[in-house]
Design a protein around this ligand. Structure first.
Ligand SMILES: *Cc1c(COP(=O)(O)O)cnc(C)c1O
Length: 427
């Protein structure tokens, strides 16, 4: 069995905890940069290529700025994500607004900063026109329905997903938009999540490219870009083979040459909106074992909980765990690794075979760089952790501080009844 090696050692973590208490998320700048470069190169055959990083995966300004150096834009899905992109100097063309069930104020703001809007539904044409105005360039999200299959295996179920236009609506929508004066068009689709196969993008691209050729013939619309969106996965379990972005890029290139070029669409830009693939492997959650419990099962209680990383609790998602300093020890213990929430699903691992864990050990929970910190919440009054960055030169900096009780109480505007909050409690 392959294994997963953390990008930090126990010695490095012992150093970090002198300054930053656990739990915390740490990101690996070197890994982020190498991967962003590889993505850029894999699609360099396409003149207009742009990766719009899905901000929701890791909404940290410091990290968005690193990605910006590799030509990445931002894919936003809410007002605050748009605000962050704008504040970081991403401009109109660098911001994709792929939202759904969109509130009016978000469209208004997206239009103000001239973000490229990706409509989720045909009824949003009128909604957008009414609350803001229709832009010169617009994108529509396509959902062909049915099951998404690759090599006869089911990858996902778009027919059961709330997103996008049906094929008929897409054609109708393009005609309406053209009549209303929209000049340039894009098509977007996100049909399967966390795909650990090099076939996802090329298979999706084929469906989208064929649809675009039909759309262009039927509507005469000037289609400028095709957005393959997110969904490129990472190997959360050690036995999975990582995706090869270079192979994915060239396979998309082949489909492009086969379908779009002969149809006179050889200038169409390819966009992506990857979140997970850009960041997940380059983040880890560091947490300390603080309790062990021997009842009907063997439990290790750590100082992180599901508010720091929700995926295991929410989807039963697997996140590999390394006990730092025990990388080479024999795995001969079976544990449930738990957080402290009053929810029985607050477990980072169930029946996981690990080396013997002692209280005080530091655990590295892998692949939390995307959809990790960002899914955090405040249940049980728990606070969000800090985010740290391991720089290329080995230095560790804090790129977001941990929440404090003061942050937690900040939204109560009742100083008359909450006048004696002790913000030094527990210190
Ligand atoms: C979540 C999301 C993404 C990113 O998905 P990943 O699985 O992280 O690649 C991209 N586009 C849209 C519209 C999304 O909602």
């Amino acid at each position: 069995m392959n294994t997963k090696i953390p990008f930090v050692t126990k010695e490095q973590v012992l150093d970090m905890v002198k300054k930053y208490p656990t739990p915390f998320h740490i990101y690996d700048e070197k890994g982020i940069r190498e991967n962003a470069k590889a993505v850029k190169e894999a699609f360099s055959w396409n003149k207009g290529f742009k990766e719009y990083f899905a901000v929701k995966a890791t909404p940290n300004p410091y990290i968005l700025n690193i990605l910006k150096e590799y030509g990445c834009g931002c894919d936003c899905s809410s007002l605050t994500e748009l605000m962050m992109a704008q504040a970081l100097g991403f401009s109109g063309n660098d911001i994709m607004f792929s939202s759904n069930d969109t509130p009016a104020e978000e469209y208004v703001y997206a239009r103000q900063i001239n973000a490229t809007i990706n409509l989720d539904d045909i009824t949003h044409i009128k909604f957008l026109e009414d609350v803001a105005s229709l832009p010169e360039t617009i994108s529509c999200r396509f959902n062909p329905g049915g099951l998404f299959t690759i090599s006869n295996s089911i990858m996902d179920n778009p027919g059961d997903a709330k997103y996008g236009f049906t094929k008929d609506q897409l054609f109708e929508g393009f005609r309406i938009l053209k009549k209303k004066g929209v000049k340039y068009f894009g098509v977007h689709a996100f049909l399967a999540s966390n795909t650990v196969t090099n076939e996802y993008y090329p298979t999706l691209a084929k469906t989208l490219f064929e649809t675009v050729v039909e759309l262009k013939e039927a509507t005469g619309c000037d289609i400028k870009f095709i957005n393959l969106s997110g969904g490129v996965g990472i190997p959360y379990t050690p036995d999975q083979e990582p995706n090869d972005i270079k192979a994915i890029g060239s396979a998309v290139h082949e489909v492009y040459d086969e379908i779009l070029v002969p149809a006179g669409l050889g200038d169409v830009a390819i966009y992506t909106e990857m979140g997970r693939f850009m960041l997940a492997p380059y983040g880890g959650l560091v947490t300390q074992a603080i309790h062990e419990k021997h009842t009907h099962k063997e439990y290790i209680g750590v100082d992180a909980c599901a508010v720091n990383l929700m995926r295991p609790a929410m989807y039963g998602a697997y996140h590999h765990i390394t006990v730092l300093g025990k990388e080479n020890d024999i795995c001969d213990h079976t544990y449930d690794v738990t957080g402290s929430l009053c929810e029985n699903n607050d477990k980072f691992a169930v029946d996981r075979i690990l080396p013997k864990i002692d209280i005080g050990d530091y655990l590295f929970i892998h692949d939390t760089g995307a959809h990790g910190f960002s899914m955090g919440y405040n249940y049980n009054g728990k606070l969000r952790s800090a985010e740290l960055l391991l720089k290329e030169n080995g230095e560790v900096i804090m790129i977001r501080r941990a929440e404090t009780p003061k942050d937690y109480f900040a939204t109560f505007d009742f100083s008359d009844i909450l006048k004696d909050v002790d913000y030094n409690a527990g210190k």
